[in-house]
Design a protein around this ligand. Sequence first.
Ligand code: MEV
Length: 432
Amino acid sequence: MPSSTPRSTPRANRSSRIAGFHKKSPRERLDLVAAFAGLSDSEVAHLSDFGNLAPDLADRLIENVIGTMNVPVGIATNMRIDGEDVLIPMATEESSVVAAVCNAARQVYEDGFTTSVSGNLMIAQVQAVGVSDPHAARLRILAQREALRTLCDACDPVLVSLGGGLRDVEVRVLDSLGGAMVVTHLIVDTRDAMGANAVNTMAEAVAPHIAGWSGGRVYLRILSNLADRRLARAQAVWRTDAIGGPEVRDGIVSAYHFAEADPYRAATHNKGIMNGIDAVVLATGNDTRAIEAGAHAYAARSGRYTSLTRYEVTASGDLSASIELPLAVGLVGGATKLHPTAQACLKILGATTAERLARIIAAVGLAQNFSALKALATTGIQKGHMALHAQNIAMMAGAVGEEIEAVARVLVEGHRVRLDVAQDVLAGIRRG
Ligand code: MEV
């Protein structure tokens, strides 16, 4: 970005302790930050443009706001999920992610994706320590199931009126570094909410009672992001002749075997899946970190980190693929309800329940993974990736308008997608 007059404070005089920073307006904070960091007028003007998120709303969503970080929203086409065509809004800064979903879905459009969920159950944990008889304490807590239900349901009458509330109680005795620990799980149907606030409130409400029943001291009272009572599943069968033949199919299966066997590969394999999943989670204002944490913990549930997807060859020789992972997403609460972009994206998706949203997201994760494995097992990912990457490099070199395409084409054709090359090519174009 071109910079004009810097507004700098001498480095030695800078302090990050700014009295009352949180009480100031976004613009006042930005001016202070500009002075601290020596931002130019054009950088300040850029940051003070909040785009399509009202400054007042941004200022209420998080603390100490000075601006917004815009990420493109692209639409994945060709998706048919449980017999219904869906357009998928995806918010991501990474090139090829949207194209990957479109391509995978196009190759299975006739049959589409089939999905399901295990339920909407979230888990909140209450940790009790210093319990002298942990196994007996476990039974004392389990005997209070009805009391726990009354306490939990009283925290959220609206949730109960919508059919949600406490469903079950589990108590585990953990052998920890600090000795036996009694951990109570409150298992709560949170309906169309992600449910973090609901279950955390419940955990805090029951904590003094659990301390009493266990005879121990309660410390942590918080949800678990390993939401394994809220699994979403998707499957699809890619016809072998639609994906390039048996060699391509076998390459994809072998790529899956690699990820299944090796955590180094599984981490990258699952990262690709999360490229798709996070993009829809973000577009709908849901919590990407919660989804990431749940996915990776679930991938390691056997004690060995492995693939979130599976690939098999059907009796008729086609490629059967499936995915299963926790997807604690909601339609109500937090940014999903408040952020106008999230609301518009939900409308595009046509998801009217959290369950449907989770199912769509699982299908996107599977589509993403199929495309990545197909590319990796055949031409490699760089070919497709480089076309878009070259455009970014062209823009970084200063290309504008039609120059971007022209510079990118030369970079790709010459197999040299580098900034210095882009600068030379651009200079050449401008010289005529
Ligand atoms: C890149 O963001 C994602 C991939 O590395 C995924 C994979 O390797 O399966 C292409």
